[in-house]
Design a protein around this ligand. Structure first.
Ligand code: SF4
Length: 285
């Protein structure tokens, strides 16, 4: 059976990147009946505007409903939004930082957990996808060449949120690599308008995500210093609470602060030329 065939109720986690969009296209092409499919996009508020355009365009061109969700610090814990009403200045992300009173970091990645994983699950629960209502699949856009992520999820088998949700990686099962994706998008009449290097979309997911390599983050700041404003503000305001001066007041204690990177960019020193690797997380491509 094709890995893209739906086995029953399925939530497809759409990150707004080329990989998960390709997965969505394959699922649409391999199923006649899509009534069991739910496509969710969780917006952190720090997505690049091109990502938001791309999500909207996929839904419109492919005539598939995509539900846009955002974290909220209220009883419900989420809001359903759309292209016009979604946050564009990190509001959901900031709300979760204010609630936790410290910043996420490479070890404690509560941003991806709260803004994406739990926001999606709170929504699923609200529409009756609960442990008492049987089991379902979640499709995530992880390619065959992302071996570390593939083996981690295979080993676990089910979601971190509920054992009733079975994790599927149809792209990995179909042996899809970054090269096939490149060929697919080159042949499409539209694309995500963000550049890639070795298959990675530099400005995908949150624009200056602390899991991205330092030289990548710095080069984005160097091209437009104002892009660092939001991130520097979070570090400053967390520091100013006094409670978490130290690790919790920086996204990365092993790097300069975002304000320092903005200051370096001002005097145009290319201090971060050496390459390091991005760290994987649920946010995906
Ligand atoms: S992209 Fe990075 S900063 Fe944004 S939610 Fe994911 S891990 Fe957190």
């Amino acid at each position: 059976m094709s890995p893209y065939r739906l086995r029953g109720k399925t939530v497809l986690s759409f990150s707004g990147g080329r990989t998960s969009a390709y997965m969505l296209r394959q699922v649409l092409d391999h199923n006649d009946d899509l009534s069991a499919l739910l496509v969710l996009f969780a917006n952190t508020g720090k997505e690049h505007p091109a990502t938001l355009e791309f999500v909207r365009e996929c839904a419109e061109r492919w005539a598939v409903p995509i539900t846009w969700l955002e974290y909220r610090d209220d009883e419900q814990g989420f809001a359903v939004v759309d292209f016009d009403t979604c946050s564009r200045d990190g509001e959901p992300f900031e709300a979760v930082i204010r609630k936790r009173k410290y910043l996420p970091n490479p070890v404690t990645r509560f941003c991806t957990v709260e803004l994406k994983i739990r926001t999606m699950h709170r929504y699923l629960k609200s529409i009756g996808w609960t442990n008492d209502e049987g089991e379902w699949d979640q499709m995530v856009g992880i390619r065959a060449d992302e071996q570390r992520r593939v083996s981690k999820i295979r080993k676990r088998g089910t979601s971190t949120e509920t054992p009733k949700e079975h994790m599927l990686m149809p792209l990995a099962d179909a042996g899809v690599s970054v090269h096939q994706l490149g060929a697919f998008w080159a042949a499409q009449p539209f694309d995500l308008m963000l550049s890639t290097v070795n298959g990675r979309t530099l400005e995908g997911n949150c624009d200056l995500c602390f899991l991205k390599p330092l030289n990548q983050v710095y080069s984005i700041i160097a091209s437009d210093r104002s892009r660092g404003d939001w991130w520097a503000r979070q570090e400053r305001s967390t520091e100013s609470t006094g409670q978490f001066a130290g690790d919790g007041a920086r996204f990365r204690k092993d790097r300069p602060s975002y304000q320092q990177m903005m200051d370096y960019a001002e005097i145009q020193f290319d201090l971060f030329a050496e390459a390091d690797e991005a760290i994987d997380c649920f946010c995906g491509d």
